[in-house]
Design a protein around this ligand. Structure first.
Ligand SMILES: [Zn+2]
Length: 143
């Protein structure tokens, strides 16, 4: 199940127009999000207006790629062959240092993953798309 053919069959994300700059930045291994010029809140997922105050003054910023685990679930049996090939794997919400929440894959042994632990992003090629995945920050590692 781990042959190259299976791993090239990753389902590709559905791209909303509002998030097109996000996908383009990922191709350059940059993680981005929106911020409102009026209320200064981080906005994610991407929108055409601020979800906090309704302003249309949204701009794109680069994320530090760091955050903490807010919630997670470890999947023991993948729903499709490509996911089965990497099971067990963990997905969940990371509370980014900029204040928004990103649903993502969290790498590492399931026993080592805990709510509140620090994680940082790296980029992996999944089919035609680069995507961010997060790994635990080990002690002594500086961002
Ligand atoms: Zn706002």
């Amino acid at each position: 199940m781990t042959d190259a053919k299976v791993l090239n069959d990753w389902p590709q994300p559905y791209r909303l127009m509002d998030a097109q700059p996000y996908w383009e930045a990922l191709a350059d291994e940059q993680l981005t999000f929106q911020r409102c010029a009026d209320c200064e809140q981080a906005v994610w997922p991407a929108h055409s207006v601020c979800t906090h105050c309704g302003s249309a003054g949204l701009s794109w910023e680069q994320s530090s790629g760091r955050g903490t685990i807010y919630s997670y679930s470890t999947i023991l049996r993948g729903p499709t062959p490509v996911w089965s090939a990497i099971a067990p794997y963990t997905v969940g919400f990371v509370q980014m240092d900029e204040g928004y929440f990103l649903f993502t894959q969290i790498e590492g042994e399931p026993d080592g993953i805990e709510i509140g632990k620090e994680v940082s992003a790296r980029f992996v090629q999944r089919g035609e798309q680069k995507l961010p995945v997060f790994a635990l920050v080990t002690s002594g590692e500086e961002g």
